[in-house]
Design a protein around this ligand. Structure first.
Ligand code: MN
Length: 341
């Protein structure tokens, strides 16, 4: 998915306090553009917290009737320095990327795209989709892998079933299951559903910090770091050092995403759909994308913004078979930010 903010700020992503008590992060609504278009609920990044492990961006959307919102229709746009995870609860999305992948994103299946040194892709909900409901997550690549070759992987995890609960472990290890998908830093990602009133004790890796996004229902989290009631669409943060977490669905069934990883001890700049170490890399990535799409007749909405070296019009490539023109980058902000100390 593309960050659809009209005038995105350059966001410095910095390591957070990994020893804070259990805390709850509330989402902010970001309109996806258009008159009746879908709105996403963004819980990461926030001013007080940029990362949970390498997880650095969390947009949660739906359930929305596509008849009302128009669904997802995101033409080709670029990414660098990150991986995207598309996770659906309901609906179907068609994915095409410039590395030659054409795939359908379906509920309960991992679709992991590596932007690395540069990729472009499009995402559209399919005509058969009545209700769209899911999450778009980004993983920051650590510095030594930030320029990895672009890639796309698909994995359908087994459904783990216990007394009143189910889980799908799509990245890393949890509850006795391990995803075979390689990650660039140690991390975990899983969907857990709980019947009303059910308690589930989840062993955690104490070297990880964790986040719990509540997709449906109300979850009560209990750990040595504290106890928190987490409502639908909120993201709870759990610090390092926890051996286990007790989850309970309060009153009604609950569905949640459990995310975690070793803290990423790096300063990274996020702007639009790019993650990089320096402002200059962001400027270059934007110039390269504009040079790429100039070749199919898309003008730069900012006129020509200067970049350090000659733009590379073949850095990203474009997906095949696109019905629409690619999305131009917003103008760069006038103010320049450096990673915070
Ligand atoms: Mn995207």
């Amino acid at each position: 998915m593309s960050n659809q903010e009209k005038d995105p700020a350059e966001i410095p992503c910095t390591p957070g306090d990994s020893e804070a008590p259990l805390e709850v992060l509330s989402p902010r609504d970001v309109p996806f553009g258009g008159l009746r278009a879908m709105t996403v609920r963004r819980t990461l990044p926030q001013r007080k917290r940029s990362f949970i492990g390498a997880w650095c961006f969390l947009d949660h959307y739906g359930p929305d009737r596509v008849a009302n919102t128009g669904g997802m229709n995101v033409a080709a746009h670029p990414h660098i320095g990150l991986q995207t995870v598309s996770w659906l609860f309901t609906g179907e999305i068609e994915h095409r990327d410039s590395a030659g992948h054409h795939a359908y994103v379906r509920p309960g299946e991992l679709n992991l795209m590596t932007g690395g040194k540069g990729i472009s892709h499009s995402e559209r909900s399919t005509p058969d989709t009545d209700v769209l409901h899911g999450a778009q997550l980004w993983l920051a690549l650590p510095k030594e892998h930030r320029n990895s070759p672009p890639n796309f992987e698909h994995y359908a995890p087994d459904v783990l079933v216990g007394h009143g609960w189910m889980a799908r472990v799509f990245l890393g290890s949890l509850l006795g299951d391990t995803s075979p998908v390689k990650t660039f830093t140690p991390l975990v990602g899983a969907e857990i559903t709980l019947e009303a009133g059910v308690h589930l004790e989840v062993p955690l890796d104490p070297l990880f910090e964790h986040g719990i996004l509540v997709d449906e229902g109300t979850a009560v989290l209990t750990a040595t770091a504290g106890r928190q009631v987490v409502e639908t669409a909120e993201l709870a943060y759990l610090p390092l050092g926890l051996e286990s977490l007790k989850l309970q669905a309060r009153g009604a069934p609950a569905r949640l995403l459990l995310l975690g990883g070793t803290p990423l001890d790096e300063k990274i700049i996020m702007w639009w759909n790019f993650m990089a170490t320096t402002h200059e890399e962001i400027v270059q990535a934007r110039a390269d994308w504009q040079a790429q799409i100039a070749s199919v007749g898309v003008p730069d909405p900012a006129g020509s913004q200067k970049s350090g070296s000659k733009p590379d019009s073949a850095r990203y490539g474009l997906p095949d078979g696109e019905p629409e023109l690619p999305i131009p980058a917003p103008p760069l902000p006038n103010t320049r930010l450096l990673p915070r100390d």
